[in-house]
Design a protein around this ligand. Sequence first.
Ligand code: ADP
Ligand code: MG
Length: 292
Amino acid sequence: ATPTSIMVGTGKGAEYGILIKGAEHLENAHRLTTIVLDKTGTITKGQPELTDIVTLSTLSDREILQLATRAEKNSEHPLAQAIVKYGQQQGMSLEDPEAFTAIPGHGVEAVIDGKKLLVGTRKLVRENNIEIEAAISEVERLEQQGKTVMILAVEQEIAGLIAVADTVKENSAQAVAELQKLGIEVWMITGDNERAAKAIAGSVGITSVLAEVLPEHKAEKVEALKREGKVVAMVGDGINDAPALATADVGFAIGTGTDVAIEAADITLMRGDLNGIVAAIKLSKATMRNIK
Ligand code: ADP
Ligand code: MG
């Protein structure tokens, strides 16, 4: 690779809002065989909205919303923010819980009015020895619609469910199709449950899905693909994605994402949508062609 053509390449990239940290990344981008896309905030807008409240106890929908709002009030997770925003709109109290612990990749634990609450995944609830059998069919019905379902448990009993939905970005499906046309295999990775993950993946044309991956395991999944001989790009926006972005042959950060992700990445897509990946790969191919 001649320095001049690489410089032209990186300069062209900037025109499309593609910020490339070093020449070697442009060279690596043209060899990519595999792209792993984070779901929330990368394929989707990352602004989930509350869609359903389901009671599975004597508590009313409003009581469920009230408890969940207070329990999630101090969580920074986008799912928590969706609950709190809706709770606020519905006039719920935002009083601090007596105790609060975030459990990354699982949910939150809180104490309200002396009662122990859990809001989060099936796994979180199950690991606390709470029977979830009675909730399963309702959980699965909502997940089938691509929604993320959080279970609220109060004092070792399931109280109800809260579902949220995130919208897919306008360009996601088109970008996935173009990547596939370039002969690149496209995966989706997420901490979300398998059923919701597959519903979202299917809506943008992705069939290879890595779901229920804990934040600390995302990098291992990228490593495993590399060990299969693939040249792998990771695309993400969250703090959770940073180790995977650093592990990948090329890490792409969504420019609207967290600083930690941008720091860890090799290339930043300032426009915030997936078309930037396609543009970066085409640019790298053109640049490498000029060199030969
Ligand atoms: P993602 O990869 O989609 O950003 P995370 O790894 O952060 O997901 O979380 C995985 C799952 O854990 C979420 O889909 C949700 O079910 C649950 N979860 C995480 N944080 C919270 C929270 N604050 N409240 C409720 N559930 C949560
Ligand atoms: Mg994300």
